[in-house]
Design a protein around this ligand. Structure first.
Ligand code: UD1
Ligand code: UDP
Length: 372
């Protein structure tokens, strides 16, 4: 039996690790242990509920308004004791969060191999996304096996001197998660969402939370969104607001008081994914949404100056608008007004995978026992 400890703590990691946990749980050669740091509390629990995952270890680390240093120290210390007691054969971490980096470091200190899922994304700027670019680079140094989603991710790792034999191209597990929750005739529980006429109006789904966008950039993003709604009578905005108090105060200040802008609580994954599927386009600074939206044929306006997901730009499924008000308005308005342009973007092929990434990861973990 191979003992696999899967570690995660935030909403996006949970969504992307949940289908992998499901495959690990079913495999007769694997003992699957799940440890959550709960770097996010409510937004993590929403995902655990949907995928019916009951963690073996819940470290319950989140504190409101936590600093990066505080979370890093808490994760490092708490995860180390779980790893020391469980003694897994491998620890799986995901992506670029503080849980990822500090968890991988804790595993390294216990001399347990780390498998890094969604390895090899790089923006080339250590301050954007901040601190995620650095977290990813450090996780790559600490990992033994690198599960890369795309060819570009593989190339990035090889360029940094990582042994090609330890890199596996798998596709992104987020597509596995997405295809498991989409329903063509989905009905929302929330009356605000059920009352929206998705046929008559062009519904723009908005999310924003990135640390480097907090403050001035977010004010410019929100002012652009308000202006877009005011200039287009058939545009309606839905914004499930992240629980970060800094995001919530900006959203309250700049986006309330308009009948076609709906600020709602973060949605559980299933309603959120189905809302993406019913929307006209998506404006976001999220990483995961850039990967999901093309599967649903939804163009994405990226509210960031840089992206570590160039495949999406090359495939023509996203446009990077940055954080300047006029440019965001211009790029989004083109998608609202120019049908041909909209159609080209919505029909571009998703470069992130086919929904079978988890299967490939588990297959490699079992093979690796013989290779290593
Ligand atoms: C983290 C990740 C980022 C990821 C994002 C997804 C790091 C460094 N960054 O950033 O890569 O894109 O999550 O959302 O790990 N909060 C709650 N309840 C929740 C979740 C958050 O109240 O369920 C509030 C807390 O006040 C918390 C704050 O949000 O202090 C920020 O959360 P934190 O995990 O520190 O950072 P994020 O900016 O969410
Ligand atoms: N998401 C969700 N509910 C919401 C907003 C987003 O379930 O209200 C999902 C979304 O589909 C994607 C993930 O959360 O899979 C993205 O998380 P987030 O934007 O917090 O982080 P990032 O992708 O930027 O790391």
């Amino acid at each position: 039996m191979i003992k696999v400890l899967t570690l995660f703590g935030t909403r996006p990691e949970a969504i992307k690790m949940a289908p992998l946990v499901k495959v690990l749980e079913k495999d007769p050669e694997i003992t699957s242990i799940v440890c959550v740091t709960a770097q996010h509390r409510q937004m993590l629990d929403q995902v655990l509920d949907v995928f019916k995952i009951v963690p073996d270890h819940d470290l319950n680390l989140m504190q409101h308004g936590q600093t990066l240093t505080e979370v890093t120290a808490r994760v490092l210390e708490s995860v180390q004791s779980v790893i020391a007691s469980e003694k897994p054969d491998i620890v799986l971490v995901h992506g670029d969060t503080t849980t990822t980096f500090a968890g991988a470091l804790a595993a390294f200190y216990e001399q347990i191999p780390v498998g890094h899922v969604e390895a090899g994304l790089r923006s080339g700027n250590i301050y954007s996304p901040y601190p995620e670019e650095m977290n990813r680079m450090l996780a790559s140094r600490l990992a033994t096996i690198h599960f890369a989603a795309t060819d570009g991710n593989v190339v990035n790792l090889v360029r940094e001197g990582i042994d090609e034999g330890k890199i596996v191209k798998t596709g992104n597990t987020v597509i596995d998660a997405l295809v498991s929750v989409i329903e063509p005739d989905y009905r929302f529980k929330d009356p605000i969402l059920n009352n929206i006429n998705f046929e008559k109006n062009k519904v723009i789904l908005v999310t924003a939370h990135r640390r480097e966008n907090l403050g001035e950039p977010m004010v410019k993003i929100f002012s652009a969104i308000r202006a877009i709604v005011e200039h287009h009578e058939d545009v309606e905005v839905v914004f499930p607001v992240h629980l970060n108090p800094k995001v919530r105060s900006s959203a309250d200040e700049y986006l309330t008081g308009h009948s076609r802008i709906h600020l709602i609580e973060p949605l559980e994954y299933k309603p959120f994914a189905n809302l993406m599927a019913k929307s006209y386009l998506i404006m976001t600074d999220s990483g995961g949404i850039q990967e999901e939206a093309p599967t649903l044929g939804k163009p994405v306006v990226v509210l960031r100056t840089e992206t570590e997901r160039p495949e999406a730009v090359e495939a023509g499924t996203v446009v990077v608008a940055g954080v300047e008000k006029d440019i965001i308005i211009e790029m989004t308005s083109r998608l609202i007004n120019d049908e041909k342009y909209y159609k080209t973007m919505s029909e571009a092929v998703n470069p992130y995978g086919d929904g079978r990434a988890c299967e490939r990861i588990v297959k490699f973990i079992k093979l690796w026992k013989y290779i290593d």
